[in-house]
Design a protein around this ligand. Sequence first.
Ligand code: OOG
Ligand code: MG
Length: 263
Amino acid sequence: MAITERNHQELARLLDQARLEAREVPPLTRTHAELPLRDAYAIQAEGIRLRIEHGERVVGLKMGLTSEAKRKQMNLDSPVYGVLTDRMQIPAGGVFRLQSSIHPKIEPEIAFRTSRVLRGRITREEAFNACASAMAAMEILDSRYVDFKYFSLPDVVADNSSSSMFVLGTTERPPRELDLARLQMSMEVNGEQVQSALSSAISGDPLLSVVQLCELLDARGESLPAGSIVLAGAATAALMLKPGDQVRLTVDGLGSVSVSVSP
Ligand code: OOG
Ligand code: MG
């Protein structure tokens, strides 16, 4: 059965309710086996429209599945994007409440802040020139689907690519001051290192995540506004969060960023 615009709205509402009530729902492809990726992005956009209706403001975009470690963990094979709003941001050193989520995981990332609009297909150099700064970042994912692990690409895209929250480091440096593909990244939980990787794990070079993002946006006739935050994707597999966890990411040249987890 072909998917209609009305279906987009209904499915977006279903996922939004699941998020608000911190309740799992079956993957959409259970009931809509043939869910084209294009429709999945339309459902994602409709979900963001609902959040804007509730007073949220779009502040950027995130790339997902840009590292081999993540593609393996999720058993999915191509990069996807999602939308970030102001209400998803936790201040550096802030608190994440487990209560308001389903089965959250955390992952180490690099973020960029753009200073000019990026339209159409771009080169690495254009991405480099458009990114005013890079930051250490962690993303907290929370799939709205039963059993976080098993879903298809359209399912994850419709669910805003599992976005939940994110935290940015306060050290912002221009890309030209960094060897962006060779930054050591180390994530600790309660003082113990749990994940580590070189930033090259992210798309071979985190700036290439921006290039890929622009390609995906272009395919939908969209562009990346100036002043956007872009999460380049996780360098390692994501880690389940537990109450009491103190999570800290340290990145060469970009300092540390932390978040604590309360019940
Ligand atoms: C999809 C989102 C992946 C990343 O950084 O790779 C992602 C998921 O893992 O549920 O955000
Ligand atoms: Mg991520």
